[in-house]
Design a protein around this ligand. Structure first.
Ligand code: ARG
Length: 411
């Protein structure tokens, strides 16, 4: 009989590496490390070896790129999900998926606790813990970095004392998080929101200034709200995202500079690079505009906003998200066709769209020959449509009938 087990969300970085001996020494746990590949640049074999070398009793690695794309990103794209109108939720969407993997390993290993490396100031602690406890209310969560109060320097000393290799490759001033849907950058000079992010903060995108002087047109084929081919070549969703990130990022597309409202109340300056997400959401919106009626588009926009907020807030496994997803899903059957997007010096502009389900009818829209719209019918339509406004004005133009009655007091 060993010690009780804790399952640790393990990235291979300094924080989560020293968390392994810390959880054993300070809390009395055997540590099971879990690393989930959601498209970040990670060598899973090396991460597993490092977890074991750092003292983990077991180290799981999972390639979840396909699962991430087909379940989480597909749902977000169909909902055109943009937090505060700009952030495609790349980091936020990965957390519930990682949380679900942690829970399934915890059950397999008979662990009583789950641990993560998030600080006490961010959104990610909220997302991990809500995901874990929604799926498995019996599990308890430990957040070592919230408790240990070590500075970066003290962490390095702790690592050396425990024979944990510290990545010598120069300390970047930035804190980053990456997956298929985007790259997030924080810290350093970015903490001054008055200052333009330096070029060095960017990793996925070419500066729009330095990008090619000739545009690239990319043609995206959609089926039921999801992209299924790029320039005519059928691709699985996760692969299409990888290719589009490279192509659009090369044109400087997808840079987002956001003054963001965190769940914990802090305002923070966040820089993102989300080339594929930006292009796909814009193309998807363009196709919806072509095939969905106005009232549905308008109502869906209110749902989208709520959906983005609850994903940001860590409520992926809450019933409202499931219900909103069901609504969004019910709107997507006809969202198929082709969209052409022009990538040029930081911009991604839809230049063409077509669909067998288009509500656009040239015979109705045209100002040239072949017009089938019965223009004479508009007169009666406008008479009825304008009736309330005309009545309002007519009534309001009259002088007031009487002054308000004066109060009458009894004896
Ligand atoms: N603020 C973003 C979010 O809440 C991303 C934070 C990711 N972490 C990082 N070290 N850049 O989704």
């Amino acid at each position: 009989m060993g010690l009780p087990k804790v399952v640790l969300a393990y990235s291979g970085g300094l924080d989560t590496s020293i968390a392994i001996p810390w959880l054993k020494e300070q809390k009395g746990f055997d540590v099971v490390a879990v690393t989930v590949d959601v498209g970040q640049p990670v060598d899973l074999a090396r991460v597993r070896a490092k977890a074991e070398a750092s003292g983990a009793v077991a180290a799981y690695v999972a390639d979840a790129r396909k699962e991430f794309a087909e379940e989480f990103l597909a749902s977000a794209l169909r909902a055109n999900a943009l937090y505060e109108g700009v952030y495609p939720l790349s980091t936020a969407l990965a957390r519930p998926l990682i949380g679900r993997h942690l829970v399934s390993v915890a059950r397999r290993e008979g662990a009583t606790h789950v641990a993560h490396g998030c600080t006490g100031k961010g959104n990610d602690q909220v997302r991990f813990e809500l995901a874990i406890t929604s799926l498995a209310p019996e599990l308890e969560v430990i957040a070592p970095t919230r408790e240990w109060k070590m500075t970066r320097e003290e962490e390095i000393v702790y690592a050396h004392a425990h024979d944990i290799p510290v990545d010598a490759t120069k300390a970047s001033p930035y804190s980053t998080d990456e997956n298929l849907w985007g790259r997030s950058v924080e810290c350093g000079i970015l903490e001054d929101p008055a200052v333009e992010p330096p070029e060095a903060a960017y990793g996925w995108t070419t500066s729009p200034q330095a990008a090619s002087d000739s545009p690239t047109y990319v043609r995206l084929t959609f089926h039921q709200g999801l992209p299924v081919a790029m320039d005519g070549e059928p691709l699985p969703f996760h692969e299409l995202i990888v290719r589009l990130n490279r192509l659009a990022g090369g044109h400087g597309v997808g840079r987002i500079d956001h003054l963001e409202s965190r769940v914990v109340g802090i305002k923070s300056r966040e820089v993102y690079e989300c080339p594929a997400a930006v292009v796909l959401i814009r193309a998807h919106q363009a196709l919806e505009a072509l095939v969905l009626p106005r009232d549905l588009l308008e109502f869906k926009r209110t749902v989208e906003q709520r959906y983005a907020q609850l994903v940001y807030d860590g409520l992926w496994f809450a019933p409202l998200r499931v219900a909103l997803d069901a609504f969004v899903g019910s709107t997507q059957d006809r969202v198929g066709g082709e969209v052409t997007v022009k990538l040029f010096k930081g911009s991604a502009v839809v230049t063409g769209r077509s669909s067998p389900n288009a509500l656009y009818q040239q015979a109705l829209a045209t100002y040239s020959t072949g017009d089938q719209f019965r223009q004479e019918m508009s007169e009666g339509f406008i008479y009825v449509w304008g009736l309330p406004a005309r009545t309002w004005t007519a009534i309001g133009a009259r002088p007031e009938a009487a002054s308000p009655p004066t109060a009458h007091h009894g004896s």
